[in-house]
Design a protein around this ligand. Sequence first.
Ligand code: NDP
Length: 479
Amino acid sequence: MIIKNYINGSFLEPTLGNYIDNYNPSIGEIYGQIPNSTQEDVAQAYQAAKATFPSWSNTTLEERSAILSKIAQLITKKLEVLAEAETKDNGKPLSLAKTIDIPRASANFQFFANAITQFSSEAHETVGVNAMNFTLRHPIGVVGCISPWNLPLYLFTWKIAPAIAAGNCVVAKPSEVTPMTAYLLGEICNEAGLPKGVLNIVHGLGNTTGQAIVEHPNIKAISFTGGTKTGAHIARTAAPMFKKLSLELGGKNPNIIFADCDYELMLETTVKSSFANQGQICLCGSRIFIEKTIYEQFKKDFIQKVSQLKVGNPFDADTNIGALVSKSHLEKVKSYIDITEEEGGTILFGGKKVTVEGSEEGYYLEPTIIEVQNNSCKLNQEEIFGPVVTIMPFETEEEAIALANDVSYGLSATLWTNNLNRTMKMTKQIHAGIIWVNTWLLRDLRTPFGGVKASGVGREGGFEALRFFTEPKNVCIKY
Ligand code: NDP
């Protein structure tokens, strides 16, 4: 399977004709090739976007909304094909791709198809001087969207949908590791009647193709989701060019469990928040802190539940944990497990690579639980982004808050308690962009999404995304 760039509504070869191998992580084999795009390809994509911007930004909201709805419907119609493509590319269980990734990609388009019809700006009367202010919100022009490999179509569309809903034209790059569903999205956009040039998808490596998007002098805003180090590099490039930036970066999220919680619900949800998508979700609760009075009980029950998870080929219906996304990522995750002892930890469960029958070359790893002695160890401070969690006990609310905040990241936190006063106190004091209480990953697309500290800058979601993808202009009329 050879993927091509989607530029101006057509599928084009990269100008230099170079390609990169694409792997199926569940069997560890190359199954396709993707363009190794250069600055020239990005420039071509930009030209297409630029040429379309005047007409697209002047389409009525009803027209835009109808096209976005159509894209949403087509994604739902092609759910099976898209889910299979996602699983093949990423290694995630097909059951997950079918129930989470692809439905959410459709929901992203449907949500912004509706949201754009409700988006409005403000007016301010300057009382006493006969002046009236109102705010115009213009689309920015050509914007860049760059997304990671863990939730490929889900996160790609989370950026593209609000960008085009707001009237921008887009140059987008999916992760080179998981390009397939982005490629299929191009076909869907054509079928839905999205005018050519509104969305342009350029495939390739981060440090060449991605860098060319970020460096392009006329791509005025960059919406990026990915690692913190890459985010910092992008900010260094884009800031002196005064580009608008939205950075959704890494996480090392605390999962704080009090004895007064609904224990069974907590246990079941904690298995998911630890290992869903092989732990490769920026919102996974990878540092689990448990109130001392229930620590030993939790340890026993958690190990027992996790031992029931089946690691297997992601296409098997009973697989809970599929393959990690790539060989190099598997090695990176394993390297953290390997330093457990020197970091003062103990592996309570898992820790080893798994050989799956019939898929012996795939990148599989056991779900891994590590008991740590303190929060300052590398296992608790660095983002591992795999099926690895640490556990440790705490005694007081103050201690739990201090542990939660003692990390450079601040994306999300989960809190398990039925005490209202404690909930209010702790949600105010924990440094994170999102806090779930007695649940995890329950998303309402209207809410602001993003992190603090090294987890990023800016917010996506709801009107926040539409604000990011528009430029406000104040008009003051004296009468
Ligand atoms: P990376 O930062 O490696 O890559 C993200 C994207 O940026 C990819 O498309 C990548 O391309 C591209 N890229 C890499 N270098 C550059 C560059 N110099 N200029 C422009 N683009 C570049 O992240 P991963 O793909 O490894 O994703 C995992 C990370 O994403 C984790 O840290 C995770 O926490 C974070 N993440 C954050 C989320 C959030 O909402 N806060 C949600 C999901 C993930 P290529 O793949 O080709 O290198």
